[in-house]
Design a protein around this ligand. Structure first.
Ligand code: GDP
Length: 613
């Protein structure tokens, strides 16, 4: 076949040869694989109408496009596949029990509690913790490590159940999106005085999609007007038919608040598990499982709660968990007690990892520290790649005009979140009035709401390619990191006309951002101290990034900005002045603002000159 020519550059045809590239690969990576100078590929891309540099991460579509042009068949490999291959290169298989049927032993079910907000999920998890009678622990389970195991008696036999301690289906779905499934059974909490609500239905959908059997906990039966039979009737419409109505779903009437019939619920979980699941695992292999939650402890370093899914985890094992690795120095259970080993379905907190893994990361024991380190490092490098690819795809106010010119979009999609419904409406109305340069571009508001920027907003923005406009509100929890990871542009304003100006400028392609706000870190207030002459000082723990003296700060309460334009005037570690304090550490922060309260968040940032796209 003749070599195609691109403005003078000749590249031999791939003749349909299959090339596997990882998501986020660059022209250099591609060039290496087909033995072509990346500079030539840059020219080919130009010929195709795209300006890209040799080392820039490319989107899946761009890789495919380039492949087609050069007659290669490109296979973009997903992170999950890549991970499987990475482990295979160390002769490790993740996710399978070794050996045959005869090596499998029964393991306890792992349960997630789901349901509509305020129907009592948290309260139920607390109640179960407290009624763990068989374990003989006075006062029940006291530590929150992200999951706990309880024992109950069914037909005279001691049976164990593991509960994931994060209620709701968000964590459950986030894990599933990453190809990980920890949950065997879902307990659906429905308040008997409120009945089936939107999130009840959502939870049912998620559980069904994951093929996880459901046990219904009809809660709040102590409340006047509670109607447990109505809940049963309502749920038949969702295909959940109670046993007493001829179906196969266990419904249990409980009061989480008064601790009524919690045992009955535990029994129903065991019975459902026995009837519809065959939960077995090989305890005699090197342990594998999932990280459920992790954080950095000031004194002890990385604390990661893992759920063992197969094998037995022992103190002293070399493990790798996401891109963290290390040797298990100690393991703690939900009572804060040290344990030496953890068998299938057991959650334990592991000490000894180099850094903090993410929830949903898989963990596995490997033969030595060297292998653990190599796997972790390769994962970390891959993650970096993938992030670059996402960042290059993002739609931002700054590059929107470029996206427009490339014909990829003729509408600017916005999601508006504000502190009050009045301000959201006013902002939406004003934004929609903006006259863009010509009819071919327009603004469409695809979502709006009052309150902090949620995971849902960010997911919606990411899937639709929308920009989030936050008016006096901030992302809740770790959502600002999530937005970053997903390549979602969030714009914060506290003055309406500023928002209008910027959006208008972006529409007209005249946006001249000179400075941008760069997040430095945030801290949560745990205690407020009165200091003579200085005022109130916030005893805080740094949640992420660093807190730096003299940086700009704002105070956030329940996701709403209470005061902007503050400065970190004083920063102390114990009795000493500090210039900066890092994630996981405690400190005293003075921001020259007296109304600071426990649980408020201090967010710090600085203004940096912004590179133009
Ligand atoms: P979640 O949002 O589903 O986690 O709900 P919570 O567990 O936070 O409970 C919401 C509210 O309902 C709290 O005020 C609980 O005290 C209350 N609550 C939970 N279970 C019961 C119950 O069985 N009876 C009564 N009367 N109130 C309950």
């Amino acid at each position: 076949m003749q070599a195609p020519s691109f403005g003078g550059v000749k590249i031999p045809s791939g003749n349909g040869q299959v090339i596997r590239l990882s998501r986020g690969a660059s022209l250099s990576d591609f060039g290496d694989r087909i033995d072509v100078n990346p500079a030539s590929l840059v020219q080919v891309m130009m010929h195709l109408g795209e300006m890209v540099t040799a080392t820039q991460s490319l989107t899946d579509e761009t890789l495919q496009l380039l492949g087609e042009e050069l007659k290669y068949t490109i296979e973009v490999v997903s992170p999950e596949d890549e991970d499987r291959e990475l482990l295979e290169s160390f002769s490790i298989e993740f996710g399978e029990d070794e050996g045959g049927e005869e090596d499998l032993r029964a393991r306890p079910p792992v349960v997630t509690v789901m349901g509509h907000v305020d129907h009592g999920k948290t309260r139920l998890l607390d109640a179960i913790r407290n009624t763990n009678v068989v374990s003989g622990e006075a006062g029940g389970i006291t530590q929150h490590i992200g999951a706990y195991q309880v024992a109950t008696e069914v037909d005279g036999e001691e049976r164990r159940i593991t509960f994931i301690d994060t209620p709701g289906h968000e964590a459950f779905t986030a894990m599933r999106a990453r190809g990980a499934q920890a949950t065997d059974i879902a307990v659906l909490v429905v308040a008997a005085d409120d009945g089936v609500k939107p999130q009840t239905a959502e939870a049912i959908d998620h559980a069904k999609a994951a093929e996880v059997p459901i046990v219904v906990a009809v809660n709040k039966i102590d409340v006047e007007g509670a109607d447990p039979q109505r809940v049963r009737a309502q749920l038949t419409e969702y295909g959940l038919v109670a046993e007493e109505y001829g179906g196969d779903v266990q419904f249990v009437d409980i009061s989480a608040k008064q601790g009524v019939n919690i045992d009955g619920l535990l029994e129903a979980v065991v019975l459902t598990s026995d009837a519809s699941l065959d939960l077995r695992a090989n305890p005699e292999m090197q342990a594998q499982g999932l990280a459920i939650e992790a954080y950095l402890d000031r004194g002890r370093g990385s604390m990661a709660t893992v759920l063992v899914q197969r094998g037995t985890l022992n103190v002293g094992d070399s493990i790798v968990c996401g891109d963290a690795y290390g040797r298990v120095r100690a393991m703690l259970d939900e009572n804060g007690d040290q344990v030496q080993k953890a068998e299938p379905s057991r959650p334990v907190q592991v000490l000894g990892l180099t850094n903090v893994p993410s929830a949903g990361d898989n963990f596995l024991v490997v033969k030595d520290d060297r292998v653990a380190r190599q796997i972790a490092q390769q994962r970390e490098a891959r993650e970096r790649f993938a992030q670059q690819a996402k960042a290059s795809r993002r739609v931002t106010l700054d590059n929107w005009q470029k996206t427009l010119e490339e014909g990829e979009r003729d509408e600017l999609l916005l999601i508006i979140k504000g502190d009050m419904s009045g301000s959201v409406e006013a902002l939406e109305e004003s934004l929609l009035k903006i006259e863009a340069g010509g009819d071919e571009v327009s603004i469409r508001v695809i979502g709006r709401g009052v309150g902090a920027i949620t995971q849902n907003d960010i997911n919606l923005a990411a899937s639709a390619g929308a920009i989030i406009v936050g008016f006096n509100v901030r992302p809740e929890g770790k959502n600002s990191e999530l937005a970053d990871r997903m390549g979602v542009d969030i714009r914060y304003y506290s003055v309406i006309y500023q928002a209008i100006d910027e959006v208008e400028a972006a529409l007209k392609g005249m946006l001249k951002p000179e400075f941008e706000e760069v997040q430095l870190g945030s801290a949560q207030i745990r205690e407020v101290f009165k200091v003579p002459k200085i005022g109130n000082v916030a005893g805080s723990i740094v949640r992420d990034g660093v807190i730096r003296r003299n940086s700009k700060a704002r105070l956030i309460r329940d996701g709403v900005v209470i005061s902007d334009n503050l400065t970190v005037d004083s920063l102390r570690r114990f009795k000493d002045d500090a210039t900066e304090v890092r994630e996981g550490f405690e400190c005293g922060i003075g921001i020259g603002y007296n109304d600071v309260r426990v649980d408020d968040v201090i967010e710090t940032f600085e203004m940096r000159e912004k590179p133009r796209d």
